[in-house]
Structures are given as structure tokens and as C-alpha cells.
Design a binder for this molecule. Structure first.
Ligand code: G1P
Length: 300
């Protein structure tokens, strides 16, 4: 056991260009694409807040002003809704502002995920912190982040989230080789490779977009040369930490078997929207009925 401080801060990298969604993202950040009735980024901030992280730092870039606007007040709209007595919409609008304290720093050059996380160094300081990638939405009924925070406190190292994928899909992810730890529900990570070719992958365990990191990752990132795609890779820094003993060393994995909605490309995004809409209280029943009729009409 270590006496690691409790995790309080969440870092959300949101500087990506959204190229896969062009032209929808020509003038709008991909994080603002609606998932049913809220922008994708709001689910991620909500997840952080639900896990007790109310200090959120977003790493943004050019054309990302809509993110700041979304989490800010809109006095004119709010007054209008209040005057009309539309308390339901007013509450929905205010929810995004009331989530927690959100800070922003720009990434500057697009030098990769590791570089984006390094931009959080000053804000985070010398305490463990969470990183949430916006392309993965985790169902709020499956408390992944809370489990990871507990594992970080227990081990004093860094913690990643893993899912099992079909072997031929592994090259889209960071890939982990791990060992089971007797009596524990988390694993020890021995090796990490960023987006390996299928033939070179050490396993079919894929890294998904949730991390709880020891602050020593900053010093490692500062010394990590560009890797895959000529970008500074968080996976490479974690590989260094996985082989390091002592203070801040060691990487552990939580294998996630809950509900995850990938919004990283057009098809996954559409599936996420349809799944969540089908489960929503106000739209679900009507949408499911319509989908049933619609798919029955489709040519076989
Ligand atoms: C990043 C990480 C990768 C991880 C993935 C999860 O890649 O570099 O290791 O598996 O997120 O979503 P990206 O999808 O940003 O290219």
C-alpha cells in the first residue's frame, strides 16, 4: 500500500482535428457532435465528475472555441427560458455549466497524444490524475474510472483500461501484454505497443481511452522521442513506466467488460447514437418501434 493522494484532476485531450468527420467538422470541433441530445464532450466531463474529479483541464487547439462556450453560461438564452417558465430546458442548459471547474490550455503544435498530456504538467503538478479521451464513451452504469482510481491508490503506479478485441482489430489501438496478479481483479502490464501490425501484436488486449496516471509520466514524456506517426505517444511513455521499479513505476490494467460506445469514426459514431437513443427514456420506445419497422422493410 502507498499513501498516494486521491485523484482530483481530469485531463481531456480535445485538440484533434476531426479529419474522419469532415466536412461536418470543418467549422466545428468533433467533440461537439451531438450524441442523442448532448455534445459528445459533455458525456466525458460528466463521467469525470461522477468519479469525483471536479477539476477538469481540457487540452484544446484552434477552432475549439465552441467547447468553451458550451461549458459557459448563456445569459440571454437562460433568461428567455426562465421568462417562459421552461424549467426543464433551463436545467438542461445549465447542467453543462454546473458540472465543475473547467480549465483550458492549448496544445499548440499537433505532436500527438503524449504531447497533449504533457501540456497538463503545470496544472496537474505532482499528483496522480485521470486522462479521458473523448472518442470513447463509457456507460454511466459501469463505473470504470472509479475502479481505476482505486487501483492507482492501491498500486501507486499508473493504470490503463483494456478491452479484448478481435485479433485483426488490434492495429487500431495500443496493445498490452499482461500478467495476472493472484487474488487481484487488475493485471500487471509487462509491455505496451502502439498500434502494432496484427502479426506483431503481443495480445488482443486493446488500450481504450481512460488512464489514471502517476505524475512521473510527465518527466518520461519529456524524454520520449516521437514514435508511431512521428508523434509523441502516451503508449511509449507508459511502456517506459511499465519497466520501471520504485516511486511511480509500474503500469496496471483494468480489463473492462462493460458498455463502451466508440464515437471515433463515422460508423461507430452512428451506432453509438442509435444505441443510446434506443435506451433513452423519452425517445427509446418510439425509436425502437420505428427501427423495427424500418429494418423489416429493408431488402434482405
Ligand atoms: C489513442 C492511443 C491508443 C489507444 C486509443 C484508444 O489512439 O494512442 O493507444 O488505443 O487512443 O482510443 P487514437 O485513437 O487517438 O489514435
Amino acid at each position: 500500500m502507498t499513501s498516494a493522494p486521491r485523484v482530483r484532476k481530469a485531463v481531456i485531450p480535445a485538440a484533434g482535428l476531426g479529419t474522419r468527420f469532415l466536412p461536418a467538422t470543418k467549422a466545428m470541433p468533433k467533440e461537439m457532435l451531438p450524441v442523442v441530445d448532448k455534445p459528445a464532450i459533455q458525456y466525458v466531463v460528466q463521467e469525470a465528475v461522477n468519479a469525483g474529479l471536479d477539476d477538469v483541464l481540457m487540452i484544446t487547439g484552434r477552432n475549439k472555441r465552441a467547447l468553451e462556450d458550451h461549458f459557459d453560461r448563456v445569459p440571454v438564452t437562460e433568461q428567455l427560458l426562465a421568462d417562459k417558465g421552461d424549467t426543464e430546458r433551463l436545467a438542461a442548459v445549465q447542467l453543462a455549466t454546473d458540472l465543475g471547474e473547467i480549465h483550458y490550455v492549448r496544445q499548440g503544435d499537433p505532436k500527438g497524444l503524449g504531447h497533449a498530456v504533457l501540456r497538463a504538467k503545470t496544472h496537474v503538478g505532482n499528483e496522480p490524475f485521470a486522462v479521458l479521451l473523448g472518442d470513447d464513451l463509457i456507460d454511466e452504469r459501469d463505473p470504470l474510472l472509479t475502479t481505476m482510481i482505486d487501483v492507482q491508490a492501491k498500486t501507486g503506479g499508473s493504470v490503463i483500461a483494456l478491452i479484448e478485441v478481435e485479433p485483426e482489430k488490434i492495429s487500431a489501438y495500443g496493445c498490452a501484454d499482461m500478467s495476472v496478479i493472484d487474488g487481484e481483479d487488475y493485471v500487471r502490464v509487462n509491455q505496451l505497443v502502439e498500434k502494432p501490425a496484427v502479426a506483431d501484436a503481443p495480445s488482443n488486449l486493446a488500450v481504450i481511452g481512460r488512464y489514471v496516471l502517476h505524475p512521473s509520466v510527465f518527466e518520461v514524456l519529456e524524454n520520449t522521442p516521437p514514435g508511431r506517426g512521428n508523434e509523441i505517444q502516451l503508449t511509449d511513455a507508459l511502456q517506459t513506466l511499465a519497466t520501471r521499479d520504485g516511486e511511480g513505476g509500474g503500469v496496471y490494467g483494468v480489463v473492462f467488460r462493460g458498455r463502451r460506445y466508440d464515437t471515433g469514426d463515422k460508423l461507430s459514431y452512428l451506432k453509438a447514437v442509435v444505441t443510446l437513443a434506443c435506451e433513452s427514456e423519452d425517445l427509446g420506445a418510439d425509436l425502437r418501434a420505428w427501427l423495427g419497422e424500418y429494418t423489416a422493410r429493408l431488402p434482405k
